[in-house]
Design a protein around this ligand. Sequence first.
Ligand code: COA
Length: 708
Amino acid sequence: MTQKELVHYGVEDGIAVISVDNPPVNALAPGMREGIIAFLEKANGDAGVAAIVLIGEGKNFIAGADIRQFGQARSVSTRTSTAAIDSSAKPVVAAIQGYALGGGLEHVLACHYRVATVGAKLGLPEVTLGVIPGGGGTQRLPRLVGPEKALQLILGGRPISAEDAEKIGVVDALVPKGELRHAAIEFAKSIAPTRPLPRVRDRHVDVDDESLAAIVADVRKAETKNGQLLPAKDRAIACVEASVRRTFDAGIAFEEEAFAALENSGEAKALRYAFFAEREARKVPDVDLSSVPPVKSAAIIGAGTMGGGIAMCFADANIPVKVLEASAEALDRGVQRIRDTYAVKVKRGSMAQDEMDRRLDLIQGVQEYEAISDCDVAIEAVFERLDIKQDVFRKLDAVLKPGALLLTNSSAIDIDAIADATSRPGDVAGAHFFAPANVMKLCEVVNGPRTLPATIARTMEMGRAIGKVCAVAGSCDGFVANRSRAPMMAEMMLMLEEGATPVQIDRVMEQFGYPKGPFAVNDISGLDVSYEGRKRRAAADPGYRKLHVPDRLVEMGRKGQKTGAGWYRYENGDRTPIVDDVVKQVIADVAKDFDIPQREFTDEEILQRVLFASVNEACKILEDGKAYRSSDIDVMWLYGFGFPRHRGGLMFWADTVGASVIYREVSKWHSMYGKRWRPSRLLQKLAESGLSFRDVKPTIEEETILSA
Ligand code: COA
């Protein structure tokens, strides 16, 4: 697109209107900043223009720099176009609707006045992309709202509403939706004669050294997790500090240097990748998502923890939901659990009581299938056994209106076998939520062999409507998310038998970036959850490698925090894990009973052994055609398992290590430990060809797995 098409200019009633036009979100593509600068000059040179309005075409102002351009040379930076606004001799009014993010908000901050529609969103999300605002945002925002609020916005990365922005002084006036252009022009006329122009860069930040030091110390402490402060946050804090201590121009130079140091860092690349991976996951080959009818009512079968969590997702999204449970007692218990979960939020102050009441009103407990017959979607969340699930689907088939979506929250059971119980297998798919369902953002959409593309499209859209990040999996044991993670879980437990300790493995994974180590997490979710599944697998497969340590712990009654002990012990209701000699003894007993030689593990070996096991399985998943692309697996790990986002995802991280290194280690462990380490053919091909996991095409056939 040419500069002319991306930015328009017109004069109305003596006010120049510069409008940016780059659908869908007006991201700052090459040429746009140049266009803004050129039209500012034109307006300043036009005697018939008294003031200027900067506005976005379509629904948004500007959603920031074009993320695809990061890491590449720019002819004109946001620093330059915002400086041009600053130095305009005629006042510039920002007219904000929809999103004003990143570079978009930086243009807003450089304007002399700011008006916004009610409901517009303003924010600086750069840290979520591993960088800092690099167009003066770290220098202008503290001058406008003070360092403390500026740090909240910059480090939080989440946008605030125009209403809140007005309260803190970022927005001068709010206007009703639909009247922005007219209101901004009228506003511009009213301030046109004002001189000197109120430039944010000229404002002084009134904070003494002692207060600033305290603010910075507090925020550094709060942002440091597991002893680590992400580089972008570190630099952002330093820049805000500089905005108080230095002149504007010196601060801008400091910000420029910091931005340049971050732009091509490993974290920034990983975070950019994660942004696009999430959006890519929405695109499903042969599935048209453009005109999908919205889900207006839902039913959840089963009022257990999972069912209740899913019901809350609908209520949170303002969609009425019925929860079906045959027994009155179980239904009461389930509804009470939902009430308790909301009540905790109210107690903590993150939800108002009337909001809790409103959401509870949207959730209706029912005991009969007839009561859900008119729902647009039914999600089954009952006990994980095929016969029980089939019974539910038979009943759903009998009562639900034609065209309703029939979804199962199963985490492993064959979708097709469930669909067999109905007369409409095309309407049946998986919607696999992750515990706690009202918190975890992933919804793994499982495509059975007879599921219709329209069913996938509607399930994806339903997921999006309730705030989930959806990614599609094919139907196989464990689907994609759990199947790819199972080897990691097994290896971390098997390493114990050889001499590693839970605390060492937890430390390694926390240093890698997980908020909590996997053993500490397992103590929260419960050691017993996977116990029955392992027993079933062992019974079905004589070659199955048993996990003796967790089996023995469960048999001793150590099921995690709920029993006061698991991989760690817990005292007096406190959730702090305490290393326990009992676990040490169990591990030593297993090693002795099976005559397993003991050795020391390096941190690197621990990390590689758990993650390479999963990378190898993920390659087999791609080989089997159960995922469309490796980035979908990353999306599942990021949103289902809390994989550190600044590592991009399992497969992105694997690319930073290299397929050849992984293949070499996997082959070595294959010869040491046997069949569970059989290298995937895809991994071998990638290692030999030097291609990356991202080169794996979304094709299903083995022959066409690699691009030419
Ligand atoms: N640069 C490049 N592309 C962008 C973009 C940006 N800053 N913001 C959005 N897009 C693209 C998306 O990739 C998507 O493309 P696709 O349809 O080809 O997949 C399209 O614009 C629509 O974005 P999407 O996120 O699907 O729309 P949404 O309505 O759900 O959300 C936003 C809109 C603006 C909230 C969201 O896109 C967003 O957060 N963008 C990034 C904002 C940002 O970080 N800006 C700072 C950069 S410094």
